[in-house]
Design a protein around this ligand. Structure first.
Ligand code: G6P
Length: 485
């Protein structure tokens, strides 16, 4: 590896992994904790001088003004493990793209909510335009040998837009949400669906979280474009494109070591004191209808109804993190969740006890990992989820025993088979699995947590990143040898 010529990695994603805030007259950077940044960080730390990239460039939309950007200090920029390249969009155009085609069309459709999908040619035009601007930003800075890695459903047209200009570019794409079955995908208008598939096929390697999503994609390519595949290699008229599974992991050590931090121990003690000997059920999600919070609450209610002996002995700590607040479906959901919580608490609370403890805000890393560790049950039941890293973080943060109740419709269920897997739509099954979880013996709990931890430790974010890059290199190599044959 070390004798290879150093090259650059160009990461392209809708959001940049930090925000700029004004504090005491100075502009400060606040890093977001996303999987991708931690992957890059640990990749660079682990690979030391032997890594394959001389530098990383990160292109993303700016969530701050140009004025604020120019006032950022050089020292702050140099402290980052990548060089940020923000794109400043026209607000109206960006809104149509983000709140429109991305989150009112693609997001509900790819998560199997076809009745939520808005079909609007105007927002698709904005999607094309914003994708074009992203592609131009890449084309303006690309150098020979660069590896371009594009991320997620917001940017599915970008690969082919770059390919049209740079036929030999090395392009990878990773989809962080589910790729739905063809019967769902086909509901998109013509020519949107053709353009999306053609857009993705501009990449050399297309990554998904699970084997199922790969299969759905391969079938969709065959149905829409007529291209066949051989062992996940798609045969285009003049080249090949590979579709492969790369289940995103977490920074395992960061979560596994959190329980020993003094600041985390302090919070854990406070929680233990506050809830005395009550069992704690915990969940944390972004506010999104795909996360199944209302169904989960109904399952918890059924549990309280069926097992009155457990009342006053268990609390459900439900944390919801604000997200996409402009979109009406998200606002509606907040109301529905809060009404449901009010109803359940009104029905079951006593003077000494409240069944659901609700918080609508972000948690700090310390609060989050403290909650993960003290919780008796992690109740993570999305109605559909590309992967769900919360489930992985919960398992990794456990210093001893604990139970994970996980939706079988989350990508993570493929790797966390020791969890109690549930159908998140079925309130009876949810209620029974809570009961089962609360009664599970300590040894079984420990054994399951330990086997899942071993698996998570084996494929962390940084393994995910190097695996993807390695396979991208292999695909390129294969294409070259096919062309010379
Ligand atoms: C999902 C998507 C990401 C997105 C994140 C937060 O995980 O796969 O691309 O960034 O949700 O959503 P937001 O709309 O706030 O970026």
């Amino acid at each position: 590896m070390s004798n290879e010529k150093p090259r650059r990695l160009v990461v392209v994603s809708n959001r940049l992994p930090f925000q700029l805030q004004r504090k005491n007259g100075k502009v400060e950077m606040r890093q977001s904790d996303g999987g991708l940044v931690s992957a890059l960080k640990s990749y660079f730390e682990n690979e030391a001088d032997d890594h394959k990239f001389s530098s990383v460039l990160w292109i993303g939309s700016a969530e701050f003004s140009e004025k604020r950007w120019t006032s950022i200090s050089k020292r702050q920029l140099e402290s980052l493990p990548y060089q940020p390249n923000p794109i400043f969009f026209d607000k109206k155009l960006y809104n149509k793209f983000y709140n429109g085609f991305c989150n009112a069309t693609l997001w509900p459709l790819f998560h199997y909510f076809p009745s939520f999908v808005e079909f609007d040619n105007d927002t698709f035009k904005a999607y094309e335009e914003v994708n074009r601007i992203f592609a131009d930003a890449v084309c303006n800075c690309i150098q020979e040998g660069d590896v371009v890695w594009i991320h997620d459903y917001q940017l599915m047209l970008v690969p082919s837009m770059i390919r049209q200009k740079y036929q030999h570019a090395i392009i990878g794409f990773f989809l962080h949400i589910p790729f739905p079955s063809f019967e769902i995908f086909r509901l998109l208008n013509r020519p949107w669906k053709e353009k999306i598939i053609e857009g993705l096929l501009g990449a050399d390697l297309i990554g998904f979280h699970t084997h199922e999503y790969v299969q759905h994609f391969l079938k969709t390519v065959r149905m829409i474009k007529g291209f066949d595949h051989h062992f996940r290699t798609i045969l285009l008229p003049d080249t090949t494109v590979k579709a492969e599974m790369f289940p995103l992991g977490i920074d395992f050590n960061k979560f596994a070591s959190a329980s020993k931090r003094d600041d985390v121990i302090e919070i854990k003690n406070a929680i233990a004191e506050n809830f005395s000997s009550k069992k704690i059920i915990f969940s944390v999600d972004r506010l999104d209808y795909t996360k199944g919070v209302n169904h989960r609450l109904k399952g918890f209610e059924t549990f309280l109804e069926r097992y009155p002996d457990w009342r006053e002995k268990v609390v459900f700590v439900l944390v919801v993190v604000p997200s996409r607040q402009i979109i009406s479906k998200y606002n509606e959901r907040k109301k529905m969740i809060e009404e449901e919580i009010g109803r359940i608490n009104g029905k079951y609370s006593t003077l000494q006890w409240q069944p659901v403890i609700y918080r609508y805000s972000n948690l700090s890393f310390q609060e989050l990992t403290a909650m993960y560790d003290v919780a008796d049950i992690g109740l993570i039941t999305p109605l559909r989820d590309g992967m769900n890293l919360v489930a992985k973080e919960y398992v990794a943060s456990k210093s001893d025993k604990g139970v994970l109740i996980l939706s079988e419709l989350a990508g993570a269920a493929n790797e966390l088979g020791e969890a109690i897997l549930v159908n998140p739509f079925d309130r009876d099954e949810l209620a029974e699995s809570i009961f089962r979880g609360l009664n599970l013996d300590d040894d079984t709990q420990r054994l399951s947590i330990q086997s899942m931890q071993a698996r998570l430790q084996n494929y962390t974010t940084s393994d995910w990143l190097s695996d993807f890059i390695q396979q991208l290199d292999d695909v390129k190599q294969e294409q070259r040898s096919q062309q010379t044959n």
